[in-house]
Design a binder for this molecule. Structure first.
Ligand SMILES: C[S@@+](CC[C@H](N)C(=O)[O-])C[C@H]1O[C@@H](n2cnc3c(N)ncnc32)[C@H](O)[C@@H]1O
Length: 239
């Protein structure tokens, strides 16, 4: 399965796919997965392949041509319909088309389309501060006690990281578990008293890595190859 993912365009490392797989495979019949931001299906295929039967899988992506990926914020309307068609074809080829209920909508519009708690929420939609914060707050509220929240581009994108600082660093609901590259994992459980400070400190400890990613992105954008190579990058966009 992991090898066949290489044919699906997207931004997700092998380690990140492994973390998604592990969390999805631990779910039980009757549980629900919601993915925000599917693009061409890479993460959706992992989640649907790993989840036990009778776990409901809902994916949400307007395939609208904006907030499409790194440096692709606006103006990709021409690619939007193709993204949607390729997404469906990729699911079909991976044998998971029937497992997934896809909502071709913006995440804020889809809140009413999903009933009940969410045991695994994966957020990888719009990466700007406002929408990222809204996804974490509004969809995060739907995560069941003990459930998992996974966020891509954490400590890598400025918008997503700002949203983490504003919502989860000192929040009382989500315990920071760790990360695979920019894929951060949180567990929903009360965070109180001194644990709140420890939770914030463990997230703040990721900020030097975030700062390095921001510097690398600037250097890669400016095509300053010798400089980013000095920092150990081969020019691949960090995520
Ligand atoms: C970085 S890509 C997702 C990558 C995908 N998870 C993968 O594994 O390849 C971001 C996606 O979010 C979608 N998106 C943008 N704004 C959104 C929103 N408000 N709600 C849901 N999806 C959104 C875009 O259409 C795009 O396909």
């Amino acid at each position: 399965m992991f090898r066949s993912l290489a044919e699906v365009e997207g931004w997700m490392t092998r380690a990140q796919a492994g973390r998604l797989w592990d969390r999805a495979s631990e779910l039980r019949a009757g549980d629900r997965i919601v993915e925000i931001g599917s693009f061409r299906g890479r993460s959706a295929i992992v989640l649907a392949s790993a989840a036990p039967e009778e776990v409901e899988i809902v994916t949400i992506d307007p395939h609208g041509g904006n907030d499409r990926g790194p440096q692709e914020i606006e103006g990709f309307e021409a690619e939007a319909q193709e993204d949607h068609e390729v997404f469906l074809a990729n699911l079909e080829r991976a044998g998971v088309r029937e497992r997934i209920r896809h909502l071709r909508r913006y995440s804020t519009e889809a809140l009413g389309d999903v009933d009940g708690d969410v045991e695994l929420l994966y957020i990888d939609g719009a990466h700007r501060l406002g929408p990222a914060l809204s996804d974490i707050r509004r969809w995060g509220d739907r995560v069941a006690p003990g459930g998992t929240l996974l966020i891509h581009d954490a400590f890598s994108s400025i918008g997503v990281t700002g949203a983490l600082v504003a919502s989860l660093f000192f929040g009382r609901q989500f315990h920071y578990v760790g990360r695979s590259g920019s894929l951060a994992e949180y567990r929903r459980r009360p965070v109180r008293g001194p644990r709140r400070l420890a939770n914030a400190a463990r997230q703040a400890a990721q900020l030097p890595w975030f700062a390095k990613n921001v510097v690398l992105k600037v250097l890669i954008t400016l095509k300053l190859r010798p400089v980013y190579r000095l920092l150990g990058s081969d020019g691949t966009w960090p995520y």
